[in-house]
Ligand binder design. Structure first.
Ligand SMILES: Cc1cc2nc3c(=O)[nH]c(=O)nc-3n(C[C@H](O)[C@H](O)[C@H](O)COP(=O)(O)OP(=O)(O)OC[C@H]3O[C@@H](n4cnc5c(N)ncnc54)[C@H](O)[C@@H]3O)c2cc1C
Length: 371
């Protein structure tokens, strides 16, 4: 979110300073793990759809401007109980926005998507607009263009505290103190700490929970069945709440060696400064059990695992807004484990909010005030 905002602000001719405690892209925060799913039919809330349509335009523009591959459109399939919000929300968002989609019943699912064993009573939604992104390339491309437009990007420079008043903002880092008109806070899993850093009190009442999540790559007996071009991106919920999801195998290993999958569920609360970022054999147990029961041809030895952090809000929707009470501070992220696909448009929105305090995008459902 920070690199996207820096890119948009610098491209608009604004004097821009980007500060990061590490050197993005990296594997310490929320964007590690080589691939990120993107969907258009969005069960979580129909208002995400126009943001996704703009996000995809911006990802394609970034590809054109840098000559790099950032987004692969593979189509997607989302499987779940017919009665679940995951299915009804997907149909609602597609219908409301006139998106192409298909809804298939259990018998049809096996014929069309032979990788999956869906319980009776399941429905599958086929979303031709889905695919995946390469987050490291996306971040690198945005930082490259930000620098080319004159942004100063300071890596390995942690922000220690900040102060905002009517005259502007002051940011103290491990190296220097900077003054600016506006400050965008897009610290991912460190947002609870960044929001509390002002020392001025008045931390907005946004309860954020940082959780440790894991990703796994397995080696199916016949990897060709799951290759890019055959397997779409997929998401599968058994209980209507937590979701298993995964990606096709990329030909050059850009998405990691093997078949990548994960369990989207609020896992173990953690602290980004002390979490050891080490996955264990126990972490792979739920995804292996899922494969055994619902994607048996994919079951194989675990090749790799990675830890990544979610920053969750109470309702799992993002917070993209001006800081309540400090209008020269813009708050971004808390993306509850589904934000990367939006990073390009969120960068545009953050730049709008920093520049004028408002945006043409409808982000009322992401307001800080809802808490
Ligand atoms: C396992 C996993 C799977 C996911 N899968 C998907 C998916 O398939 N699709 C999808 O759309 N989304 C997915 N997400 C969510 C998505 O990756 C995140 O929403 C997104 O990366 C959040 O971006 P961010 O910029 O907020 O955080 P980050 O990318 O973590 O960036 C925050 C940055 O702030 C810096 N920072 C923090 N504190 C300070 C400080 N004090 N001073 C200076 N710099 C600081 C950090 O170093 C870091 O670089 C997934 C997340 C995880 C963890």
């Amino acid at each position: 979110m920070g690199s996207a905002a820096a890119y948009h602000l610098a491209a608009r001719g604004k004097r821009t300073l980007g500060l990061d405690r590490s050197a993005p892209p990296h594997n310490l925060g929320s964007h590690g793990g080589l691939t990120r799913m993107t969907r258009l039919v969005y069960a979580e809330h129909p208002d995400y759809v126009p943001l996704l349509q703009r996000a995809n335009e911006l990802w394609r523009r970034l590809e054109r401007d840098t000559g790099r591959t950032i987004m692969q459109t593979t189509g997607g399939v989302y499987i779940g109980p017919e009665s679940s919000r995951y299915i009804s929300g997907a149909i609602e968002s597609a219908t409301r926005h006139g998106l192409p989609f298909e809804a298939l019943r259990a018998g049809e699912i096996a014929a069309r998507f032979p990788w999956f064993r869906a319980p009776s009573g399941s429905v599958a939604i086929a979303d031709p607009g889905a695919g995946f992104l390469f987050p490291h390339t996306a971040i690198d491309a945005q930082l490259h263009l930000a620098r080319a437009s004159g942004a100063d990007i300071h890596t390995n420079e942690p922000v220690l505290d900040w102060h905002a008043d009517t005259a502007g903002v002051r940011v103290r880092t491990a190296r220097a103190t900077y003054h600016a008109d506006r400050l965008i806070l897009a610290g991912g899993a460190w947002m609870p700490k960044l929001l509390a850093q002002s020392g001025q009190g008045g931390t907005p009442a946004i309860k954020l929970t940082v959780t440790r999540q894991t990703l796994a790559w397995v080696d199916p007996p016949d990897p060709g069945l799951f290759a890019l071009g055959k397997l779409p991106v997929w998401a599968f919920t058994l209980d209507g709440a937590t979701v298993y999801y995964g990606f096709p195998i990329t030909p050059g290993g850009e998405g990691g060696a093997g078949l990548k999958l994960a369990h989207h569920a609020p896992l173990v609360p953690t602290d980004p400064d002390t979490d050891p970022r080490k996955a264990t054999a126990d972490d792979a147990v739920p995804v292996l059990a899922f494969l055994r029961d619902h994607m048996p041809q994919a079951l194989g030895p675990v090749l790799d695992q990675q830890v990544c952090l979610y920053t969750n809000t109470a309702d799992d929707h993002f917070v993209i807004d001006l800081h309540p009470g400090k209008p020269n501070i813009v708050i971004a992220s808390p993306c509850s484990g589904h934000g990367f696909k939006f990073a390009s448009v969120i960068g545009e929105i953050l730049a709008d909010l920093a520049e004028s305090g408002s945006t043409r995008h409808d982000i009322r459902f992401l307001s800080a005030g809802r808490f």
